[in-house]
Structure formats: C-alpha cells, structure tokens
Design a protein around this ligand. Structure first.
Ligand code: RAM
Length: 360
C-alpha cells in the first residue's frame, strides 16, 4: 500500500512537471521529436528514438499515457516522439507507422485501433529493425514483440460484471457503451464479461440488450447513450469500458436525472462530479488504473527491447525505473504472444474519488 501511495505521489509530481516542461500533445501531422531532459538522463538510451502511437488525438486518457511515456524516455536520455492520430482508426495509425519507419526510429509502442489491420505496417517496421510493442490495446501476436497491459483481461471483465450485477440488483436489462467496434482492448474486456455472464448462473437474470459504439468520440458517445435510453425503457445499467464513453454517458444520465445507473472505466478527474451513492449522481462507482504508469511501462519495455535486455519472450525480466512493481516479468498473453501486466484494476467510489481526481 505504501508503495502505491508513493507511486501516486510520484505520478502527481510527474504530471505537474510534464505540464511545465513538455508538449506531448502533438497531432500525427506534426513531426515532433522532443529533446531529452539532460538533468535526469543517465545516457543509457542516448541517441535512440522512441515513438509512442496512441489511439487518437483529443482523448485525455491517451494524453496521460503519453505523459508517462515521455517522462520515462527522457529520464533514460532517449529522444521521445509522440503521435496522436487524428481518428481512432487503423488507417490513421498505418500512415503514422509508415512515417516513423521513414524517420528511422528505434522503437514503436502503439495502442492498437485494430488487432489485425496494422500487421503489414508493423511487420515492415520490424523488418527495418524497429522494436515494436503495444500498450493499452494490442495487435495480434505476429505484429508485436510484447504488450504493456494495464491489468489482466479477465480481472477487468470480472470487476465490471460484478459491478453491473451489484448496481442492477442482480437482474434486468443492461447495455454496454464501448469505444470503436475494432478496439482490441474493449473487445477483449467485453468478451471476458460475456464469458463470465454465460458461464455462471449467478448472472442468469441479467439481460445484455446491446453493445453500442461511441468510437471514443464525446458527441457520438452522447448520441449512443440517448439512443440506448429511448430503445430500452427497462434499462437499469450502462457499462462503459472507455473513459470517453463513460464521461459522456455520465453527463447524459445525470442531466436527465435518469434512473439508469452507470459503471465502467473512467478517469477520476473527469468523473468526480458524477460519482455518488444517491439519486443525484449517475455513477455509484467505476474502475481504472494509472494511465501515466501505462505509458511509463510502455516506455521501459521499448527501452529494454532496444538495448537488448529483452526480446519479448515470456520469462524475461527488465527494470522499469522507480515504477512500483519493478522489475517486471514478461508473461504469456494467451494469444500466442506475450504481455507485461501493470497491476490490478482499482475501484473509485465516493470514499476516494476526491483524493484521486487531482492525480489523473
Ligand atoms: C479510452 C480508450 C483507452 C482505454 C480507456 C479505458 O480512453 O479507449 O484505450 O484504455 O478508455
């Protein structure tokens, strides 16, 4: 627990530092290579270029990931290149990957908008000697060396399924408001929820009426929430396993004083005003992990791949600076590839949301 508090404090300090020192919010169209911070660099990655490709621009979760990635790369003396594609599509990411290959970067760490559609581009990158890994959302095993996974997929599915069960009172209609239909991470979490629901009679009285897609766009997520409310008059709970979706749905439900309740994965900073146990709040509780640490883990994986400490094989270990669980071990991801798990999903509720809303 002490470790966790320390990590939180470090991240808060780091987040504050990032605001002052770095502009990590660049669009794919800009070609921004940020210089290493000489003061805390130990030179081990000097002269190397480490790229991060997020899912899309304009998503605060992705910006937090980028903050963490940049901080870690700069702390080891590397050059950090952050790319936020214009939209959360595979096509947008393929163009970014192609331009990074031409730039001759040493590594690409990517939050995949599609499990399979990036394969050709990422194989080209690996053939050019670039070390490819994923964070947040993975590609298939053939097109990555390993993956910084924020938490175990089944664990996230179980936490969300139990929240739906609890908030619905064990029965009734519920719906999912997801990100894009191709997002590997959301699809894995949704599959895990369905598996749990279908294989345990405890959940037999819950009825999943629809999986809607807001594409991680606030306006589309708002429209999809409204559509769910009008299509399903008996709806009890919406589960949004996306920070963009949950924030949009929270506002719709709370503004309308709807009886429909919400849970899912959200940023405490965006969700604090909606979290509460009473009728005035739309979300009793939700889950997440530290997105800054997801970025830091992706950075340390990239660095270890580039300096040859790891190849991405299960069983290998690597140091990750002052991260709470360092050294980390690479494990089998169950899809033919490997992953590194950051930690467990963390519950945010009325007892702790005030404390966390200033952290991320
Ligand atoms: C959204 C994105 C991201 C996901 C979070 C929970 O911001 O889809 O990939 O990890 O939600």
């Amino acid at each position: 627990m002490k470790k966790k508090v320390l990590s939180v404090l470090l991240c808060a300090a780091m987040a504050a530092g990032m605001l002052a020192g770095c502009g990590g919010d660049d669009k794919a169209s800009t070609d921004d290579a940020n210089k290493p911070a000489a003061s805390d660099a130990d030179g081990s990655a000097a002269g190397k270029k480490f790229a991060l490709v997020t899912k899309s621009a304009g998503n605060p979760y992705n910006e937090k990931e980028a903050e963490g990635f940049q901080q870690a790369i700069e702390s080891i003396g590397g050059e950090c290149i952050i790319k936020h594609p214009e939209s959360a599509t595979a096509d947008a990411q393929v163009s970014v990957i192609q331009s990074l290959i031409s730039q001759g970067v040493d590594s690409i760490c990517i939050a995949a908008n599609d499990e399979n559609a990036l394969q050709a581009a990422l194989e080209d990158a690996m053939a050019a000697g670039i070390k490819v890994s994923c964070l947040d959302s993975k590609t298939n095993a053939a097109s990555r060396m390993t993956f910084a996974n924020q938490a175990g997929t089944t664990e996230i599915g179980q936490a969300l399924m139990d929240a739906v069960y609890d908030i619905a009172g064990g029965e009734g209609d519920w719906a999912i408001l997801s990100a894009t239909s191709q997002a590997t991470n959301q699809n894995a979490w949704i599959d895990a929820m369905k598996d749990i629901m279908e294989n345990d009679s405890k959940y037999a009285n819950l009825n999943l009426v629809e999986v809607a897609y807001g594409d991680d766009e606030p306006v589309k997520s708002t429209d999809q929430t409204q559509a769910l409310l009008s299509k399903y008059p008996n709806l009890k709970v919406i589960c949004a396993p996306t920070t963009v979706g949950i924030a949009a749905a929270a506002k719709v439900l709370q503004d309308q004083s709807s009886a429909v309740k919400l849970t899912g994965l959200g940023l405490p900073s965006e969700m604090a005003e909606y979290i509460g146990d009473d009728d005035a709040h739309s979300c009793p509780y939700m889950f997440l992990w530290n997105p800054i640490d997801v970025g830091r883990l992706g950075a340390y994986i990239s660095a270890a791949l580039v300096d040859g400490t790891i190849t991405g094989a299960a069983g290998e270990t690597f140091e990750a600076g002052d991260m709470p669980n360092s050294p980390y071990t690479i494990v089998d991801a169950g899809d033919g590839g490997t992953e590194v798990i950051l930690g467990a999903p963390f519950k945010f509720d009325p007892t702790n949301i005030e404390e966390w809303k200033t952290v991320y």
